[in-house]
Design a protein around this ligand. Structure first.
Ligand code: ATP
Ligand code: MG
Length: 398
């Protein structure tokens, strides 16, 4: 749908350029007609009017072309750049006039297509993918001049529609589907394998059944929690634009989270230091999900008997207005600095094997980020390997 809209917008701009192309051709023809018919004694005013009108039209068109987000380059038959609009200037830099187009876009297919347009005077559309300095994707329309900008029939217009964001989103979606399928397939294959064993050659082997059934249950739990997390993520994404409005108490929420994890927390030196009430605008259940995920990580990624501490106090300007900050600090295995920015990505795990062993799917922090965003809060993650992690969540006061 977005691609379709973009294509329509692209076509409109091409029409503008093509119209200007027609007008220059018409202008040229008009000029030659005038030259032909301008007999001695005729006034020069007619010529001037038409010329001024053309200049005005051209200025208008240049203005439009400079306003659009798409990149426009025009090259001559030597592929030297003779015109580029503001967006192309922003992308490639100011001083590229008269430079060979390959200095900006070293893509053999593009250079070949420019030759084809010059030769056949037909338009061509192609995809252009660049990987350096970062991934970029353009739909490129090439057609032959002359235009109001370059009055040369042996010129080629390169109209580049930047589709990077859309293609990235599409690839993200398909990566996501591939990840989900993989995460669900792994436990399913193992359950199927065990079922085949205990209904086949181990049919009467009570020992084998005793051994395999708990593993199957564990795998089924894993699938259930993955599906639960996925549903939670998609629900939160749908509601992300609606900020929850209930008056909720952070003290109560953290106390509920402590109760939920009480059994596991017994093996740690856990301290909840929140003694006062801290009221914010929020959704009680969703905030329980946030802090439950964070505490669950502290439990999963810390050795037994390590310290896990919860605090709440006045915020430090991370969100607009008066705010409160909740901090959950552990002395666990920590997160390598270079991985920190990826912690809230779906399915991202620092050590997938270790995370899987403790039942992690890599969706917990993605859910946390979305819920915090929905609350118009801020998430701050500090960590040092082998020293521990501190996660702070900032919220505006009620
Ligand atoms: N407190 C922490 N200490 C060390 N590593 C952490 C901590 N919190 C998160 N991580 C790392 O970040 C990754 C992503 O965390 P996230 O909560 O999204 O996934 P998970 O815990 O693996 O799975 P899930 O939360 O879906 O059960 C974890 O796999 C872990 O590598
Ligand atoms: Mg987690």
């Amino acid at each position: 749908m977005e691609l379709l809209l973009y294509s329509i917008a692209g076509i409109i701009v091409i029409v503008v350029i093509a119209v200007s192309r027609k007008s220059i051709v018409a202008g040229m023809e008009a000029r030659s007609d005038i030259n032909r018919e301008n007999k001695p004694g005729d006034t020069e005013e007619g010529i001037e009017d038409i010329t001024n009108e053309n200049i005005e039209k051209t200025n208008e068109q240049v203005k439009i072309i400079n306003q659009i987000d798409d990149l426009i380059l025009i090259v001559d038959k030597f592929k030297n750049i003779k015109f580029f609009n503001n967006s192309a200037k922003k992308k490639f830099g100011e001083n590229n006039l008269n430079k060979h187009v390959a200095t900006l876009l070293r893509v053999p297919d593009l250079l070949q297509n420019i030759d084809l347009v010059l030769l056949k005077k037909e338009s061509i559309t192609m995809d252009l993918e660049l990987s350096s300095p970062s991934f970029q994707f353009f739909k490129v329309h090439l057609f032959s001049g002359p235009t109001s900008y370059v009055d040369d029939p042996d010129s080629v217009v390169l109209f580049l529609k930047d589709l990077t964001d859309i293609i990235k989103a599409q690839r993200f979606k398909s990566d996501f589907v591939a990840n989900v399928s993989h995460e669900l397939k792994t436990p399913l294959v193992s359950i199927k394998g065990f079922l085949e064993t205990i209904s086949g050659h181990a049919k009467d082997d009570l020992e084998a059944q005793k051994k395999f059934i708990p593993i199957m249950l564990e795998q089924a739990d894993r699938m259930e929690s993955l599906i639960k997390d996925l549903l939670s993520l998609s629900r939160i994404e749908l509601e992300e634009h609606i900020q929850p409005q209930d008056k909720v108490n952070l003290k109560e929420i953290l106390s509920n989270v402590e109760d939920i994890h009480q059994k596991n927390l017994k093996s740690f030196e856990f301290k909840n230091n929140i003694k006062d009430d801290f009221f914010i605008k929020g959704d009680h259940e969703k905030l329980i999900e946030v802090f439950s995920n964070i505490i669950d990580n502290s439990i999963k990624y810390s050795e037994k008997n390590k310290k896990i501490e919860v605090n709440c106090g006045q915020g430090n300007g991370k969100v607009i207005g008066d705010s409160y900050t909740v901090s959950i600090k552990d002395n666990g295995i920590g997160i390598p600095t270079e991985q920190l920015p990826r912690i809230t990505e779906r399915f991202f795990r620092v050590d997938a094997a270790k995370s899987k062993k403790v039942g992690g799917t890599g969706l917990g922090m993605a859910i946390v980020k979305h819920i915090v965003n929905q609350h118009r809060g801020e998430l701050e993650i500090k960590s040092e390997t082998q020293r521990g992690t501190e996660i702070k969540v900032h919220f505006s006061k009620f």
